[in-house]
Design a protein around this ligand. Structure first.
Ligand SMILES: NC(=O)c1ccc[n+]([C@@H]2O[C@H](COP(=O)([O-])OP(=O)(O)OC[C@H]3O[C@@H](n4cnc5c(N)ncnc54)[C@H](O)[C@@H]3O)[C@@H](O)[C@H]2O)c1
Length: 327
């Protein structure tokens, strides 16, 4: 199944980011001719690319997908494209105009260029945000997207529809993947929009009470990043086209339960404190139905929440030690 990768040139926009860097590692197992990473490093890093940046098969291009001439240079020789560069949900809310340029305009240019240069397939990183608060739990792909209230979710939904229309008008093959809550080693630890798990690991290390925004009943479906990378490669290698798939772990975990597991795997007995909820993403429940991905892509997540949190905690503690030593 991996012979599509062997000897192919593959572009990954956002390949220096959290999920993108794992996709690169997964692809490298199958001997691609070349992997081009286009990333402006607004969130990605050389640390994320540590395991492959010296690999002669990998070409890192520091640049912006809004630079259409540069984007064209990167796409011109590509057989396949993973389109992962994007702004985070809060960044889109804080600056919708930039969100428009990165998420909509650049994705449009990318689709145009993929047609022009006869790219064989695009794998588009969409998001469970397209559902807003879903109607059904577990949520199948057929749930309607009209309850989304975020710019980010709207942009991802538009991206899916853009690729659908380009498949219909131009025959451009694509698969869109709606990731649920992705976590794992290399997730952002010190950016403006650091995830709750990292903030709690900081609290555990410093002996401070972990903060829960809201009453802790909000649920998410946490899927480990290596599983998400596997779903991307399965989407590329399968014959499936013009389809969208959920990528979750199919387990519903409340913030309170998540904290319990993090405390457990770190042998901590800290008591949480509760604070008023933030309102950028007003979604109280998430739970994926992955059965379509299982059926058509042969994809199933393999990492349990506890295993994933152990791996994340170990990675973060090592990272903190290394940073402290280098100061
Ligand atoms: N992490 C999640 O839980 C999650 C959930 C659903 C969907 N997604 C989607 O998956 C994809 C990857 O997410 P991630 O978690 O790895 O995020 P990330 O921020 O770590 O990765 C995105 C990468 O894109 C780069 N980038 C951003 N704007 C760019 C631009 N204008 N030009 C070039 N590069 C640019 C960033 O530097 C970063 O390396 C994104 O499309 C994201 O929307 C992520």
């Amino acid at each position: 199944m991996h012979n599509k990768i062997q000897d192919s040139v593959i572009l990954i926009t956002g390949g220096a980011g959290f999920i993108g860097s794992y996709v690169v590692e997964e692809l490298l197992r199958s001997n691609p001719a070349k992997i081009i990473i286009l990333d402006n490093l607004i969130r990605g890093s050389f640390d994320n690319m540590g395991s492959f940046i010296e690999n002669p098969v990998v070409e890192f291009v520091k640049g912006d997908i809004r630079d259409t001439a540069l984007l064209e240079k990167c796409i011109a020789s590509a057989d396949y494209v993973f389109h992962m560069a994007a702004l985070r949900i809060n960044a889109c809310a804080a600056n919708p105009r930039e969100g428009f340029d990165v998420m909509l305009k650049s994705t449009f240019e990318l689709a145009e260029l993929c047609v022009k240069h006869k790219v064989k397939k695009v794998i588009y990183s969409s998001s469970a945000s397209v559902y807003g608060l879903a109607q059904h739990f577990p949520t199948p792909e057929t749930d309607n997207p009209y309850d989304n209230q975020t710019f980010y979710g709207g942009a991802k939904q538009w991206g899916e529809q853009l690729f659908r229309s380009y498949r219909f008008m131009h025959g451009l093959d694509y698969v869109a993947l709606r990731y649920f809550n992705v976590y794992g080693a290399r997730m952002d630890t010190d950016g403006k929009y650091t995830e709750v798990m990292i903030r709690w690991l900081d609290c555990i290390r410093d002996g401070n009470a972990p903060l829960i925004y809201g009453d802790g009943s909000t649920t998410m479906d946490f899927v480990y990043v290596r599983d998400v990378a596997k779903a991307n490669v399965a989407a590329l290698c399968s014959v499936v086209t013009d389809e969208v798939f959920n990528v979750g772990n199919c387990e519903e975990t409340s913030l309170k339960q998540l904290l319990e597991v993090i405390l457990k795997v770190n042998n901590s007995s800290l008591i949480p404190e509760f604070r008023e909820e933030n309102t950028v993403n007003p979604v109280s429940r998430r739970l994926a139905d992955n059965s379509k991905a299982k059926r058509l892509l042969d994809f199933q997540p393999t990492v349990s929440l506890e295993e994933g949190l152990i791996e994340l905690s170990q990675w973060y503690s090592e990272k903190k030690k290394t940073t402290a030593l280098s100061l």
